[in-house]
Structures are given as C-alpha cells and as structure tokens.
Design a protein around this ligand. Structure first.
Ligand SMILES: [Zn+2]
Length: 444
C-alpha cells in the first residue's frame, strides 16, 4: 500500500461546479485517497489581486467549506501556488510584466527580482487565509522554469553562484514564510534533477520534492525524463521524495479521454517503485490544461475509470483482470449507480468527439484538398466529385456540432456551462475554419 495516496485537482481548466467539487471529495474518500493537491489558479477568490480570478472563481465561503469537508473526510489538502514556472495566470497581466524573466514569456518569474518573491508570498497568504488550520504542507510548483538565467541579472547570478543557488535564493523568502506558518513546502522535482549534491542537500533540509513522470515506465532511460539515477541522487542527498503519476492529462494536451492502458501502466509501475525505495507518498496528477493558454484536455467526468483504477492500485498494488469493467462495477455501486450513468454519458460523448475529430479533420485536410481544382489545376473540375466533398464536409460540420452539444449535455451540472462551451469550441474550431475555407473555394 502506498503510504499517502493523493490526487490532484488542476482547476485551471474545466473547474467543477462547487457542488460537484464537494462530491469529488466524497468520491476520493470512498476510494481511500487521503490527500488532495489543490491547484486553484484562476478559480481562487484572490483578494489582493482580484484580476487573477476567472469569471467562475469560487467564493471565499466555498473554499472554507471545501477545506472543512476535506477535514471531515480525513483528506489532507495541500494547496499549490506557482513559484517559478507556469505563472501564466499572473505574469500575463500587464501589472506584473516587470516580474517576467523574459519580456515575452509569461510563464516564468525572474528569480533575481525582489518583487517576484514578494508577490508570491502575498498570493500564498491569500490562499492560507482561507485554507483552515489543518493544512500541513504547501506546494510551490516550481517546475519547467527552462529559461531561468535569461535576464541580464539572472545570467550573471548563474555564472557567479550556479543555477541551484539562484533557484534557492529566489524561493528562500517563500520557504521561510511557509516555515513560519509551520508548513512543509513541496516542489516539483524536475529543476533539481541535475543539481549538485550540495544544492540537493540544501533543498532536502527545506522542502520535499515531488518527482513527476507520466510514461508507462516512470523511470525509463528517456532523455529529458525522470530516471533511476535522479531518484537515487535525491535519496543520497536525503531528499524526502513523493511520486507523481497521472490518471488523466498524461497523454498529451489534446485527448478527450485518457489512454487506459498507458494510465494503468504509469500508475502501477509507480506503485511498484515503493517496494524498492523510500517514497513519502504518491499523487495522481489530473492535468486539465497544460497552461492557461491551451485548450483543456480530458475532463474528470470522462476519466473516472482511470481515477478508480489508480486509487485501487495505490491501495493494494494490484488490478483485476478486466480493469475497466471492474472500475465500472465500482462506480455502479457508488451513489446508487448515478455516477456510473454519468461517467458513461460523459466518457461516451468525449470519445465520440475524439473519433469525429480524427475522421472529419483528417479527411477534410487530406481528401478534399487533394482535388485537382484546388491543387493547381483550376480548369479541370468535376462537379460530381466536388459535390461529394462539400456534402461530406457539411455533414461532418453538422455531426461535430451535434456531438459538441451532447458533450455539453452529458457534463451539465458538473462544470459551469461557459467552460463546457469553450471546451467544445476548442474542438470544433480547427475543423470549422478548415471546412469553411474548403467550401468557399468550391467552384459554383
Ligand atoms: Zn531574472
């Protein structure tokens, strides 16, 4: 059994309605999960900087209610505020432009600018003010700050003291603040994988690391990914390390449903790691969109089967022979079968949308565009063939809109309508634009 079994709420895309988010807590508890990593992002009711809220941000009362319910269910909430990379929601606002590491990059804070840590501490205080008294840990994000050392000041600092000490210097005021609150900070591990032992030992004293890897073999020797060597290095340096798998959002930024086989392998292979090394616990991430500027990936509602299987794997390390069937059976027993019905509707609608995109977009981009009259032979035109293309495109357009409406209907009540519509639009737009251009080019 994995000692601490966590699940991630990536709320920057497809945020559940308040009622549904509380139901998710019940579901997590029933699945014997005991930790939630809450990445509030633009759903948090930011007090000092209200411009960071989305139009459907939760209310302060709701955040308190969420924490109270998690406490009552025995679920530890670990809030997350980004400290280095993936600060898009903050740094895309003109007000915070001066804190960017590169003028045109809204993802990364400048580690040498004293205003960066000052602002992040203000955001942390905002989150802590609504987080209740029972939180013990706080996640600072800190991943994928690939351009650290780009600005003249940071470049000089990297040359003088190295990347590890620049990073540590930037997060020092944040770590100090969290320590004063009696909280143990956690950071994603990727920026520290190649740090010298002195840097890793320094972080070990101050914070835990969460090693993320979403591939079938989480410690495969793939360039740019987490490897055995990285985990061994952390262990030698005395770093308290957590595992981070993915039950959804781990198969790329666009899918409509998770790849069940890949998710099972990723999670079970992470669980197996607990036999041979000391890890503090595991969090199954659930990316909803890779940045606030990207279209959302699969919804939680369409991914409940992989959530159930992941939680089961964390509990006993094993999966039944027919995992999807057994996940559905579990959902069928939960809340009188309502969850199973909803899951099937959401998963079915999402999978149909995915299938439509593959066939319709592929066809429109290839077949219709290969027609001679669109392709350098404008005088040779076969109206019968062209009609076939345009009819098919019109039919695909109609079908896409219908499938989009089904997707919204299936998810109704679980995610605010505005987000569902944005989701569907992001899927329909590439085909719609392409289709319009093909239809406009058809000779009359
Ligand atoms: Zn800088």
């Amino acid at each position: 059994m994995v000692p601490r079994r966590g699940v991630h709420l990536d709320l920057k895309g497809n945020p559940p309605t308040p009622k549904r988010l509380l139901e998710h807590l019940d579901l997590f508890a029933a699945l014997k999960l005991d930790l939630v990593l809450a990445e509030w992002e633009d759903t948090f009711p930011w007090k000092r900087y209200p411009e960071l809220r989305s139009s459907t941000a939760y209310s302060p009362e709701f955040i308190r209610e969420f924490h109270a319910k998690a406490d009552a269910l025995g679920i530890e909430v670990v809030p997350l505020v980004q400290c280095f990379g993936h600060a898009e929601n903050v740094l895309s606002r003109a007000r915070f432009r001066s804190l960017r590491e590169r003028p045109t990059d809204v993802a990364e804070y400048c580690g040498s600018h004293p205003g960066s840590a000052r602002l992040i501490n203000e955001l942390i205080e905002d989150v802590l003010s609504l987080s209740g008294r029972n939180i013990r840990r706080f996640h600072l994000g800190g991943d994928e700050a690939w351009h650290m050392g780009s600005c003249p000041r940071c470049r000089k600092a990297v040359r003088r003291i190295g990347r590890d000490r620049l990073y540590l210097g930037h997060i020092r005021p944040l770590l100090d603040n969290l320590h004063v609150h009696g909280l143990r900070p956690i950071l994603w591990d990727d920026m520290m994988r190649k740090w010298p032992a002195t840097g890793q030992r320094a972080i070990a004293r101050e914070a835990d690391l969460m090693a993320w890897s979403y591939g079938a073999d989480p410690v495969a020797k793939t360039k740019g990914h987490l490897t055995e060597k990285h985990l061994q290095g952390f262990a030698r340096s005395g770093v308290t390390t957590w595992a981070a798998s993915a039950y959804k959002g781990g198969d790329g930024p666009w899918p409509e449903v998770p790849d069940v086989d890949a998710r099972i392998k990723n999670n079970l292979n992470w669980v197996a790691q607990f036999k041979s090394r000391k890890l503090a616990g595991m969090v199954a991430t659930a990316w909803s969109r890779y940045t606030v500027f990207m279209s959302p990936c699969e919804t939680t509602e369409a991914s409940l089967h992989t959530l159930v299987l992941t939680a089961a794997g964390m509990w006993d390390g094993n999966l039944p022979v027919d995992p999807v069937r057994s996940a559905e059976q579990w959902l069928g027993r939960w809340r009188g079968g309502r969850e199973l019905r909803r899951f099937r509707a959401c998963h079915g609608a999402a999978a149909a949308l995915e299938q439509w995109q593959k066939s319709a977009v592929e066809w429109a981009l290839t077949e219709a565009d290969r027609a001679p009259h669109r392709n350098g032979e404008p005088t040779r035109f076969n109206p019968a063939v062209d009609r076939r293309y345009t009819d098919r495109i019109r039919e695909d357009l109609r079908r896409g809109r219908k499938l989009g409406a089904s997707f919204v209907r299936a998810h109704a009540g679980t995610i605010p309508r505005i987000w569902l519509e944005r989701y569907v639009t992001s899927r329909l737009i590439p085909f719609t634009r392409r289709a319009r251009s093909v239809l406009a080019a058809a000779p009359r």
